[in-house]
Write a protein that binds this ligand. Structure first.
Ligand code: NI
Length: 188
């Protein structure tokens, strides 16, 4: 299945739940995809920094491909990372709980429990394989973003009750937001 790549110069739009494209398992990136991905990177990073966010997975911009970008560096010290075809190869039995949010579920946050430490492999834009070990925020972020590549959202790790409360709140806020937009258009 070929993915239609967005124009490399336009800032891609970040999809919001319940967009179905967020629920699809993405396909691996092949060598044929790499030039287009490289061209897309500046605008994809722009979209993430602008949001602002620390991670953005391809399905969140409507691309069904297995890669994500991430930058956990503090402001003004950017450390952009591109992880292509990432796989978790080891996860600690020790769990850690931290608050997560997602650009596809604006303003929604919840405490999520995941393995505290992980090791993952990934490819860079040149196709070179790397290994990354992480704990704390880095471990949570990598797991959260890889979930996106499998159509999984952080709310899926909650109990159905907590998940539904959060999704209903999101739907209500999104409705109000679009009502506000319509009202300000009507005023003009
Ligand atoms: Ni997310």
């Amino acid at each position: 299945m070929s993915a239609a790549l967005p124009s490399p110069t336009a800032i891609p739009e970040i999809l919001i739940v319940p967009d179905k494209r967020l629920r699809t398992r993405a396909r691996p990136v092949t060598d044929a995809d790499r030039p287009a991905l490289e061209a897309l990177m500046p605008s994809m990073f722009d979209a993430m920094y602008r949001a602002p966010g620390i991670g953005l997975a391809a399905p969140q911009i409507g691309l069904s491909l297995r890669f994500f970008i991430m930058d956990l560096g503090p402001d003004h010290a950017r450390t952009p990372l591109i992880l292509i075809n990432p796989t978790i190869i080891a996860a600690s039995e020790t769990l850690a709980t931290r608050e997560e949010g997602c650009l596809s579920l604006p303003n929604q946050y919840a405490e999520i429990t995941r393995p505290a430490r992980i090791t993952a492999t990934y490819e860079d834009l040149a196709g070179v394989k790397h290994r990354i070990e992480g704990e704390d925020l880095l471990a949570a972020c990598i797991q959260h973003e890889i979930d996106h590549l499998d159509g999984i959202l952080f709310v899926d790790h909650l109990t159905p009750l907590k998940r539904n409360i959060l999704l209903r709140k999101l739907a209500k806020e999104q409705r109000e937001k679009s009502d506000d937009k319509a009202a300000s258009r009507a005023r003009r």
